[in-house]
Write a protein that binds this ligand. Structure first.
Ligand code: UP5
Ligand code: MG
Length: 191
């Protein structure tokens, strides 16, 4: 018999655009498994057994994109460990190296449904992150790291959004509204 491949929705958007917030709602309503690349990297960084913990810590603090072998390895493990056939990949791929590594390692083993893209002005994202930074404990929720995260996003991640646009895969949502209103548009894409 034929085994079907897990369906993946990639979720992209700037720092603070609301990827994690909307993913939680998609999980609740549509039963997806949510895998945040950033969360997987932070867990690996915090694992004292890890040989790449310090490297990840440095990349995150500088808002730089961790080498794809690490991120894609963590995603691959988590996707197949979940046993789920509906996966949200939140915050990946972020540069051309990520895309190439993913296509090579995962291209034939999952099926890409679409790329959910949250569009949000930088000022709005900055206000959200600086507010969250009061309590988040994230090493990159400070103005210096945040500026670097935005530069990386514009220079490296936006070209990836355009790459998937050219493939007809992008579903763009205006994320500069309250979470409930954003989700109103998001849920239409899953129904
Ligand atoms: N909030 C959310 N939605 C709101 C709304 N509609 N209105 C008002 N407030 C809203 O939200 C951020 C904050 O805003 C929260 O306080 C929330 O309540 C509020 P959240 O849903 O967390 O936004 P999100 O887009 O998930 O923001 P996050 O900070 O997680 O985005 P980043 O893309 O910056 O972070 P990520 O964890 O994905 O990556 C961190 C770092 O890891 C990267 O900079 C990079 O160094 C590294 N990384 C890689 O190297 N490779 C990867 O593949 C992934 C990450
Ligand atoms: Mg997030």
């Amino acid at each position: 018999h034929k085994m079907s491949k897990p369906e993946v929705v990639m979720v992209l958007g700037g720092p603070g655009s609301g990827k994690g917030t909307q993913c939680s709602k998609i999980v609740e309503k549509f039963g997806y498994t949510h895998l945040s690349a950033g969360d997987l990297l932070r867990a690996e960084r915090n694992n004292p057994e890890s040989t790449v913990g310090q490297l990840i810590a440095n990349y995150i603090k500088d808002g730089k994109i961790v080498p794809v072998e690490i991120t894609c390895g963590l995603l691959d493990k988590a996707i197949f460990a979940s046993g789920s056939d509906k996966i949200l990949v939140d915050g990946f791929p972020r540069n051309q190296e990520n895309v190439d590594g993913w296509n090579k390692q995962m291209g034939d083993r999952v099926s890409l449904k679409f790329v959910l893209f949250f569009s949000c002005p930088e000022e709005v994202c900055t206000a959200r992150i600086m507010e969250r930074g009061k309590t988040s404990g994230r090493t990159d929720d400070n103005i210096k790291s945040l500026q670097k995260r935005f530069i990386t996003y514009i220079n490296e991640t936006m070209p990836i959004v355009r790459y998937y646009e050219d493939l007809g895969k992008v579903r763009k949502v205006d994320a500069d509204r309250i979470p409930e209103e954003v989700f109103c548009d998001v849920e239409k894409l899953f129904s």
